[in-house]
Structures are given as C-alpha cells and as structure tokens.
Design a protein around this ligand. Structure first.
Ligand code: RUB
Length: 327
C-alpha cells in the first residue's frame, strides 16, 4: 500500500487495513465498508476548496482500492460513490458524497434481501444444500427459505486455508439448521447427499465465469458430474464491467503462512531458513469456474443462466468504465 496521505482520515486507513488483513472480508461486506469509509472521509475532511475535497476523496478511494484485487464489488462501490460526488462548494460535495454512500449501503442491503427471496424459490422442504466459504448473498437465500418455514439441512465445506466455512456453520446453527461440517477433500463423497450447491461470488465475468473462493471450481466440476445443480448467489455489484472489453480478473495471491507455518516449513526442509529455495508455497485466494459448470446466477434482478449475464452487465454498466481515483 502507498504511504498514507495526511489528508486521509484514520477511519479510511483502518478500514483499508482491515480489508487487507481480512478482518473485513467477503465481497458485499467489503463494498459496504468501503462506501462507509468514503462517507467518513467526506464528513471529516478539512478541505478548504472543492478541488482539494475531490482530490482527498480520490486519494481515499485509491487507498481502499489497493487493498485486495479480486472482488469487483470494491471498485464498483468506490466508483458509485465518487460519481455521486457533485456540487460547486465543499459543503455541497460533502453532502452529496455522504448521501450517495448511504444510498449505496441501503441499496446493497435491499439487493441482498431481494436476491434471497429469488434464490429461496429454488429450495424445497427437506433439501440439503452444500456451501463453500462464507457468502452473505448465499446465506440470504437460505434465510429467506427458512423464514417461509421450509426446513433445510446444510453440508458446509470447511474452506481451507482460512476456514470461512466455520462462519457459515455458526450462522446456520444460529438459524437452527442441522449442519454437517466436512473437510474440503470430502466434498465429492458428500455430493451424493446434496440437492444443491450454493456459493457466492467475488466477481462475475462477461462470459459468465464465476470468480469465487479457491475450491469453488473443483466443487462445481464434481457437482456437474454428480448431477447436483450449482447456484451462484451474487448481487449485480459483483458483475465485473471491465471484462466486457476482455480484461481478466486478477486472482489475489495471499501469504504462504496461511498454508504453512514457519515451524511446519522447518519440519519439511530441516532448516530454519525461511527462504530455503527448494520449497515454494502458492496460495491463490480465488479461482475461476467456467460458465458450463454453473446452472444459475441469482441476482436481485432475477435468475440468469451464466451465458446471458453479459446482457444485464451492459444494461447496468453501459460501456467500459474508468477509475476516477486515477484522475
Ligand atoms: C470470500 C468469498 C465469498 C464472496 C461472496 O472470500 O469468496 O464467497 O466474497 O461473499 P474472502 P458475499 O473471505 O477471501 O473475502 O456473498 O458475502 O459478498
């Protein structure tokens, strides 16, 4: 991350740190926190001219943008708020930015609720749902189903290396859902018991590919082979507009210590040298599931086959986007 700009308020720096360290995580939650951070920057800015106010907001947006590269909800949120920053005086700019950020957060919550109701239509009493990672969009579908009095069971994949499956298991248990927690390696065996695979998304590309937590693509391939439908719950803020012009989604590589502690490394290599050349650890946080393994993408605007998602993307984002924080 670049050196902190003195005009950037501490709340923006701490939100950026929390996103980078995954204390704030999950695509929708990251977008919500980023919008809130920009509102705080607007509220507390000491800028004396409109130009300075705009510069500060762009700098804050860049700080947030540079935290994690894969979830497009982050740049989509930042773009949305910066575009809503209008006016000729500092007071007007401040008010419009805060109003826009709050509207964004409200819409995000509403979109998730609406998406949940749509996703719930796919689920029937007694169904068993297999999950991967922790997705608030996916959980919204389950919550809406349970609110109807429908009973569900869940098979929850642990989701190495960070075990976000535990967060899903905790939430489902709070809702009274019977949970079977499994190691990721056991997923294929337990697909025989599942009626649906339900996952979230960090980004969805124009060709309908789904970028989500590492392990999603293997799960989807196995589910297709077993005849279990794969449903992706993703608000439209997960649609990646740059992919319309052929850009690919950057896959975040995380620290190797998430996979291998220093002690474990020493036990394998027989040396304390942390840079022992013969052992490399790779830790991609996300992978790409091709559209042919996905049965439906459930958004707040309805359910789509992955191949048709580009139509929605064009309607919502128009043609290619810019990065206002680079201006
Ligand atoms: C989280 C993850 C989630 C998506 C969707 O990864 O891959 O499935 O972000 O979540 P990480 P949501 O833990 O690395 O952030 O539906 O809540 O947006």
């Amino acid at each position: 991350m670049a050196d902190a700009d003195p005009s950037t308020v501490p709340a923006v720096e701490s939100t950026a740190d929390d996103i980078a360290a995954m204390r704030i995580r999950g695509a929708a939650t990251i977008a919500d926190a980023a919008a809130a951070a920009l509102a705080t920057q607007a509220e507390r800015s000491a800028a004396e001219s409109p130009a300075e106010f705009r510069r500060q907001l762009r700098t804050a947006a860049r700080t947030l943008y540079e935290t994690r590269p894969t979830a497009v909800s982050l740049p989509n949120a930042l773009r949305y708020v910066l575009r809503g920053m209008t006016g000729d005086t500092v007071a007007d700019l401040r008010e419009s930015t805060i109003t826009c950020a709050e509207a964004f957060q409200r819409d995000l919550a509403q979109a998730q609720d609406r998406l949940g109701e749509i996703g719930a239509n796919r689920l029937r009493d007694g169904d068993v749902v297999m999950t991967h990672c922790h997705s608030t969009d996916a959980l919204s579908c389950l919550e809406a189903t349970l609110e109807d009095g429908t009973e569900l069971e869940a098979i929850v994949k642990e989701t190495r290396p960070r075990k976000q499956g535990h967060i899903t298991a905790r939430q489902l248990r709070e809702w009274g859902v019977p949970v079977t927690l499994i190691a990721d390696n056991a997923a294929r065996r337990y697909l025989d018991r599942a009626d649906h695979v339900l996952v979230g998304a960090d980004s969805i590309a124009a060709d309908g590919s789904v970028i989500n937590k590492i392990g999603t693509s293997g799960l989807a391939v196995n589910a297709r082979e077993r005849g279990v439908p794969v449903v992706v719950a993703a608000q439209t803020i997960k649609l990646h507009p740059d992919t319309m012009t052929g850009h690919t989604v950057e896959i975040e590589m995380r620290d190797e210590t998430e996979i291998l502690s220093d002690e474990e490394r020493a036990a394998i290599t027989g040396t304390d040298a942390s840079d022992e050349a013969g052992l490399t650890v790779e830790n991609p946080a996300f992978d790409v599931t091709p559209p042919r393994y996905v049965d439906a993408i459930v958004t707040e605007r309805g359910q789509f086959p992955p191949e048709s998602i580009v139509t929605l993307m064009r309607e919502l984002f128009g043609e290619p986007t810019d990065n206002p924080w680079d201006a």
